[in-house]
Design a binder for this molecule. Structure first.
Ligand code: ZN
Length: 229
């Protein structure tokens, strides 16, 4: 087994450690391996998305994401296994300004209640914005001068990008329009973890003691298994 990359770096499939700004782009390229990219992107074969105009598709996807976050925020029952996994991943018990103490699931639900979803394919937000509040100092200075939309355009496998230590999540609408509700909940939870603790995928994987074989998707699968089954 290879040694972990230094903090702030991420090991690509090629085996090389690369700057961490590569690692916060959440891919799920294997999830629809039986559906060609062109087919599902065009919306021809997918439930619910056929015939929508691009603007409608974006609005629908943003509403799906928001409804999913509401589900997470309001779901009454969570297992002890989920609580432990969220603690392991790095969400600590925290004192709130109100004086109350929040456990990891409560912090996840609070984040779900304040998240803002944006269309990543059209956003002109600078990429550096995602790293300004990172738990690893100085990352914003390592990021190329691109917009979020530039990244989505140049990386078709990217499904979501998340502000580290903030409350914004940028999504690819064509992806959110054709995933199931359970998987959507796991994806949103994954992104909320980035919002809450400000760490990248490599750091989350290290905290969980797992090796990312299928990229960031492995973290989403773990959340689906431990929290939503
Ligand atoms: Zn991630």
């Amino acid at each position: 087994m290879q040694a972990p990359c230094p903090l702030g770096q991420y090991r690509e499939a090629s085996g090389y450690c690369v700057p961490v700004w590569v690692a916060v782009w959440d891919y799920s390229t294997h999830f629809f391996s039986n559906v060609s990219y062109d087919t599902w992107q065009s919306g021809q074969a997918e439930e619910g998305s056929a015939g929508r105009s691009p603007g409608d598709e974006t609005n629908y996807a943003l509403s799906v994401a928001s409804e999913t976050a509401s589900f997470v925020a309001n779901r009454p029952y969570w297992s002890d296994t989920c609580q432990k996994t969220l603690a392991d991943i790095g969400i600590s018990v925290a004192d709130l300004p109100s004086g109350l103490t929040a456990d990891p699931i409560s912090r996840l639900q609070l984040a779900a209640g304040s998240v803002v979803f944006l269309d990543g394919t059209t956003s002109r937000a600078p990429l550096g914005d995602l790293y300004t509040n990172s738990a690893v100092p100085g990352l914003a200075a390592l990021v190329p001068l691109q917009t979020v939309a530039d990244v989505f355009a140049g990386s078709p496998g990217t499904r979501a990008m998340t502000e580290l230590g903030g409350n914004r999540i940028w999504i690819r609408p064509s992806y959110f329009n054709q995933i199931g509700s359970g998987w959507a909940a796991a994806v949103v939870m994954h992104e909320l973890v980035h919002n809450i603790i400000g760490l990248t995928d490599d750091d989350l994987a290290r905290n969980l003691g797992i090796t990312l074989v299928n990229g960031s998707r492995d973290i989403t699968v773990r959340l689906l298994t431990d929290c939503l089954n």
